[in-house]
Ligand binder design. Structure first.
Ligand code: FES
Length: 226
């Protein structure tokens, strides 16, 4: 894939995300256990949208995930910030047995796939001399949508194979996968990432990224089609 063909979103100041290439949208829903623990993701059918499609990020549109212009009436402010530190500089490297857990907390959106009621990837790291625990821990990092958590084995990062698409998470962010690029207007394009979550509720404290605030404000938004 050439740089020109990488799907790309522009975060406009105090306005929506705008596609600067055609983009595939798809709903992504967390699959929950009977105990209310998120386990994995289920994906809806694809919808292709064209260049200049505006996606709501103030959380107020009646046409979500699309923008209907309400941000202007509401005088919503995007307060975008872009970290001056590189991903490598932000990332903690936590050593286990046969695996290193890479942890960039600044990206966290609290999806919760990193743990259950009984354990978490950080607890499991202490038991990675057991290959079964090690494998389970690595699989849990693959479900992290924001890219906060990555496992590294023998110097190689273990990343999930994800298509270059934009996923609409009901009640949550836009989840960008497969290297979809993001430029915050007035700043450089963000570092390339296989996984990234963007706020669409309008209330994140680290815009344009999602920081999990949608869960505190009961953001009521469906996936595609609502
Ligand atoms: S969608 Fe706004 S904080 Fe997650």
């Amino acid at each position: 894939m050439t740089t020109d063909s990488v799907p790309h979103l522009l975060a406009t100041p105090n306005g929506p995300f705008v596609t600067t290439t055609p983009v595939v949208l798809r709903t992504a829903t967390e699959v929950m256990s009977e105990h209310g623990e998120p386990m994995t993701w289920s994906f809806g059918p694809p919808t292709r949208v064209d260049v200049d499609t505006a996606l709501c990020r103030c959380g107020r549109s009646d046409e979500k995930p699309f923008c209907d212009g309400t941000h202007a009436e509401a005088d919503w402010r995007s307060t975008d910030t872009v970290s001056s530190a590189s991903a490598d500089e932000r990332t903690l490297r936590l050593a286990g047995t046969g695996v290193t857990l890479l942890d960039d907390e600044s990206l966290c959106m609290h999806a919760g796939l990193c743990g259950t009621a009984r354990t978490s990837v950080w607890s499991m790291l202490e038991e990675t001399d057991d290959s079964e625990v090690r494998g389970s821990m690595i699989r849990m990092t693959l479900g992290c949508p924001s890219g906060r958590l990555t496992a590294e084995v023998d110097g190689a990062r273990i990343e999930p194979a994800l298509p270059a698409e934009v996923h609409v998470v009901p009640g949550g962010p836009l989840w960008l996968t497969g290297g979809v690029a993001v430029t915050v207007e007035g700043h450089d394009t963000l570092e390339a990432a296989n996984r990234r979550t963007l706020c669409r509720c309008g209330a994140s404290g680290s815009m344009p990224l999602c920081d999990g605030t949608h869960g505190e404000i009961d953001f009521d938004a469906g996936g595609l089609g609502r």
